[in-house]
Design a protein around this ligand. Sequence first.
Ligand code: DX5
Ligand code: ZN
Length: 216
Amino acid sequence: MNTIIAPSILAADFGRLAEEIKAVDQAGADWIHVDVMDGRFVPNITIGPPVVASLRKTTQLPLDVHLMIKHPEQHIDAFARAGADIINVHVEATTNLHRALQAIKALNKKAGITFNPATPIDCMTQVIDMVDLVLIMTVNPGFGGQTFIDTMLAKVSQARHIIDQSGRQIHLEVDGGVTPKTAPLVKNAGADTLVAGSAVYNTADYAAAIAALRNA
Ligand code: DX5
Ligand code: ZN
């Protein structure tokens, strides 16, 4: 299967978001990765459901919504209604992960579970029947442009093993510090979906940047 490339709009020009999304859509992006931050789960603040609803009108590509917010279960409905296709919750952000995943599935959305660098992935096994995507953070969430943490490669391999054992169709996504240099490493470890903020939006040619990641 072709590697899925999901440009993160965190590195886009927020004053020209619609154009920036159309540009990566035309440049060959597969998904649009939307980073939602609340200033509590992570130090930074970004956007909420109204912006997602506006983005929904600009592209047909799947919106991969990464919730870096505390108590994500309180906002799942709003993001689903805004037009998210995939809703990723951090396992560290809720004491009721199973319930959060149930809520996402009940809204007929794809459910993702996301792990911070220091978080073990043991709980994957307990919820695997509800999960459509596993997102391994390869930086500490909150900001774009950080350095890839290469000890995460072992975790990606471990997640790949659990997914293969399950026999289910589950995407294995990585997020943070993904560049043409680190992309081959995560692919070899078993990732099939790459989020990239600066490696796409901080370049002059989005199509070349996306192709470089896909073919790395
Ligand atoms: C970080 C976000 C990422 C971020 C990645 O908290 O979840 O999606 O945009 O940015 P780069 O690709 O620049 O590391
Ligand atoms: Zn993200």
